[in-house]
Design a protein around this ligand. Structure first.
Ligand code: UTP
Length: 289
């Protein structure tokens, strides 16, 4: 049994595609229906059975950590008025059992570098990486992350969650080369990965969909990774060397993914999440009528 307890949320990026929205407010604090994105993400991790989140932020994104610290004055005031509809969401937040640790990435030197900034919290353990701008709408109790965790605990193999990109969008993501597993429609062996390929160079249309589980070996490859032309240490580079020596599985995503890192998709995701909320749906229906 390979026990996995910790998950990293890299949230130290600058969110430049969403400016000016994200000049002061971290994109992870923008709302999806009644809760900020980061709360949906931490709930997903907590419900999958992890014990600790390592939240990687930069010094300007301190409100992100603050969202998870208790505010007794607010709680007291809101609890007095028990008809308040946001009481449930706030209660969920206050009662969250998961431990939240904060790591700082002082300069946005890439996703791979953000993961390296969490190393002192991970120590020698395996861990998950959950990208907060990739929000997945799926069965809460049996999420993709929960399934990946179970598979890791049984096999000890690292894995990525995969989804199918439109041909025109492959150049936005890490695209994988895969071999299908016998007798399985949803599981693959990953043979390689390329960051943001041109459509004609893409080995498939399957992209890494923001959920990863790694054994500790990945750090060896991250530490060897050199900065790219933008000065960033990329996770994709480390993964493509990792697969040369280690098995890496890919699992098909169940549900729908929303890439909330750009304004257009974020707007649609907010609408879809709001339609799933009984009260907000009533208001939206009335408005659009
Ligand atoms: P993105 O490139 O999608 O996010 O990184 P970004 O850098 O915030 O956004 P743009 O491109 O400027 O609009 C994917 C994830 O990796 C994190 C981001 O916060 C995001 O969750 N990241 C990226 C870091 O934590 N540190 C980095 O240096 C880069």
């Amino acid at each position: 049994m390979h026990n996995i307890r910790k998950a990293i949320i890299p949230a130290a990026g600058l969110g430049t595609r969403m400016l000016p929205l994200t000049k002061v407010v971290p994109k992870e604090l923008l709302p999806l229906a009644t809760k900020p994105i980061i709360q949906h993400i931490v709930e997903e991790i907590s419900e999958a059975g992890f014990e600790e989140v390592i939240l990687v932020t930069n010094p300007n994104k301190f409100p992100l950590a603050k969202h998870f610290s208790r505010d007794i004055e607010i709680e007291r005031k809101v609890l007095k008025n028990s008809t308040n509809s946001f009481l449930k969401d706030l209660g969920q937040l206050s009662n969250m059992k998961i431990k939240i640790s904060n790591a700082i990435q002082h300069k946005a030197l890439g996703l791979g570098h953000a993961i390296l900034c969490s190393k002192k919290f991970i120590k020698n353990e395996p861990f998950a990486v959950v990208l907060p701008d990739m929000v997945i709408d799926s069965n809460k109790k049996n999420s993709n992350l929960a399934l990946m965790k179970k598979k890791f605990e049984a096999s000890g193999n690292s894995s990525l969650l995969l989804d199918v990109a439109k041909k025109s969008e492959v150049s936005k993501y890490g695209i994988v080369k895969v071999k299908k597993l016998k007798d399985s429609l949803n599981s693959f062996y990953i043979e390689g990965i390329i960051e943001k390929p041109k459509p004609e160079d893409a080995p498939s249309k399957l992209f890494a969909a923001g959920r990863y589980i790694f054994n500790n070996e990945i750090f060896k490859f991250l530490l060897k990774e050199r900065p790219d032309s933008q000065g960033e240490i990329q996770l994709t580079g480390a993964i493509s060397n990792y697969v040369k020596e280690n098995p890496l599985m890919g699992f098909s995503l169940n549900g729908k993914i929303h890439d909330c890192g750009n304004k257009e998709n974020y707007l649609l995701a907010n609408l879809e999440f709001s339609r799933k909320d009984k009260n907000l749906n009533k208001i939206l229906k009335k408005y659009f009528r």
